[in-house]
Design a protein around this ligand. Structure first.
Ligand SMILES: Nc1ncnc2c1ncn2[C@@H]1O[C@H](COP(=O)(O)OP(=O)(O)OP(=O)(O)O)[C@@H](O)[C@H]1O
Ligand SMILES: [Mg+2]
Length: 321
């Protein structure tokens, strides 16, 4: 289902939580809302789900207007065909896996073929044979898969995620990122995923919406956001970068070379710090004219070493102010 959000505004008293939000999400797309704490991500998800009402604006699911302040339209949550997965898995502890997953069907009085549907979805989320277990007999990742199964059992068109992986450890989180985006694609759902983790947004999404303080800073593919950030805040928020002293130009560390090939610009500096990351060394070099820059090296260098750095002019990212 296509989702279109038009000129949305939301206030909580004096707090302008969402400022003129415009987003289009195409059917089958996986979109992340990325931004720091308090920027309005959860508020926007709740508004899509119908759990909060905006003060201005309109929302369309395909051609149907599901919310319009001006026209007094507000389709209730249960009629929006939305599934939700939250940070706290929020499985009901007194129900087993089967009962947890079947709950939305029972709530909607869809009693026909419940067993078959739960069985099919259990297969999808790779939890076959676990229907009788209680949530406390499952690992964190398995619990999160149950939460996902419960969110999609009633055939929603859109599934909303609010930081669903933040309670998991790093290894499991990596695995689940891939699984979640795969499952969403397989089931041909439209996914909207809230996170403040840029790696998560970059690795999972077709489209990223970068937000700060209730505003959208940029909408684009992960590559566009990374390579052509719309402003300084996006650049600083996504990936690492080195600023030139003038304050309007920056360069990513991986674009800086240790040897010249072709027409390059050269800067020189002194090694300030070295950190070993396994596949590479992260080195800070103090450059007299520019300040401290981060670069990557494939071998250990010593503090105080003199280094020459080379970069192509075309790799420099420019900002107008
Ligand atoms: N019910 C509420 N009443 C008053 N203010 C609220 C309410 N809910 C959210 N806010 C405020 O609205 C702003 C956006 O909150 P929101 O929960 O959407 O942020 P978020 O991006 O999800 O942050 P986090 O990453 O910490 O979850 C914040 O300033 C928050 O304090
Ligand atoms: Mg939140």
């Amino acid at each position: 289902m296509n989702v279109k959000i038009v000129n949305l505004n939301k206030w909580y008293g004096d707090v302008h939580a969402l400022k003129n939000i415009n987003i289009t999400v195409k059917t089958g797309m996986f979109t992340s809302l990325l931004g720091p704490s308090g920027c309005g991500k959860t508020t926007l998800l709740k508004i899509l789900a119908g759990l909060e009402s905006p003060d201005q604006g309109e929302i369309y699911f395909d051609d149907q207007c599901i919310f319009s302040k001006e026209r007094n339209i507000n389709v209730p949550p249960q009629k929006r065909q939305i599934g939700m997965v939250f940070q706290e898995f929020a499985l009901w502890p007194h129900m087993n896996v089967f009962e947890n997953i079947a709950f939305p069907l029972k709530a909607k009085k869809m009693h026909d073929g419940i067993e078959k549907r739960v069985e099919a979805i259990l297969k999808n989320v790779r939890l076959e044979g676990m229907s009788k277990r209680s949530p406390d007999q499952l690992s964190g990742g398995q619990q999160q898969r149950v939460a996902f199964a419960r969110a999609v059992i009633a055939n929603p068109k859109i599934v909303l995620f609010d930081e669903p992986l933040s309670a998991l450890d790093a290894v499991l989180r990596d695995e689940m990122r891939f699984e979640i985006s795969q499952m969403v694609k397989q089931m041909e759902l439209t996914g909207i995923y809230v996170t403040h983790d840029q790696m998560e947004a970059m690795s999972m999404s077709d489209q990223i919406v970068v937000m700060n303080k209730g505003k959208i800073l940029q909408v684009g593919t992960p590559e566009e956001i990374y390579n052509r950030p719309a402003n300084k805040m996006v650049l600083d928020f996504v990936g690492k970068s080195n600023w030139f002293r003038c304050g309007t130009k920056a360069i990513r560390p991986e674009k800086i070379d240790l040897y010249p090939t072709g027409p390059y610009k050269k800067v020189s500096g002194v090694v300030q710090s070295v950190a070993y990351l396994g596949e590479k060394y992260e080195v800070t070099v103090h450059i007299e004219a520019e300040g401290d820059w981060l670069i990557y090296h494939n071998r250990r260098v010593q503090l105080g070493d003199q280094m020459d750095l080379y970069f192509k002019h075309s790799e420099v990212i420019h900002f107008s102010d």
